[in-house]
Design a protein. Sequence first.
Length: 254
Amino acid sequence: MPLFFTIRTFTIQRYSVFFYGLNALAVRFIPPWVLRWLFSVLLLAGLLPGGLHADWDFSQISRKATALYGPLGEGQQRIDAWQRLLATQKQVSEQEQLKVVNLFFNKQMHYVEDIDLWHQVDYWETPIEALWKGAGDCEDYAIAKYFSLRHLGVASDKLRITYVKALRQNRAHMVLTYSSTPDAMPLVLDSLTDEIQPASQRTDLLPVYSFNAEGLWLPGAKGDKKVGDTKRLSRWQDVLKKMRAEGFPAEPAN
């Protein structure tokens, strides 16, 4: 039986769950803590403004970014282009979203080592930092693509930021992978190439670990094994903290 609930003046629909039926008078008699709890649940689920699928307030984001980093310069044009991409790609297929997002960041950014760009050995950028600088290293491309696709509606369980060893370059590398179903061969979105290829064709990449909003995985002979949540990834937590300071909502679980 479907669940029904109305909160004041709006109706929310997601999949087979519908919320309607209680009028504003009835809501007045619901204890405030219940309303706060329900609001928090819906917010985390991405059903209310403020969730990752809600429209981001780029005016606020640009203001906060300017306050944090100073004048954005040409970076503002790249951020505006990102906003237009997100606004125009919501209704296309996921395959098309992958192509557009992968190409956008591969073209908008150029590769620069962290030590040269940030004077740190390892620094993980937010998408705003990446577009402000117009540069970053491998994980910064993957992170920006991840949040873009999440905002376009791709579920987090289809996406993983994947740490690999690039065998040809003999160095650590990060890519974003996409799996249409749990058993599907992942597709690889890579800063090294504009072509999106199945992981089976990327024999030059050796997976080490992967993560998304739902957890951390290690590869194994029988498939990836979940070994914990992302709280142990301090740099990922730093990215989320910086994004909240920039005006983005928290990353929901899925």
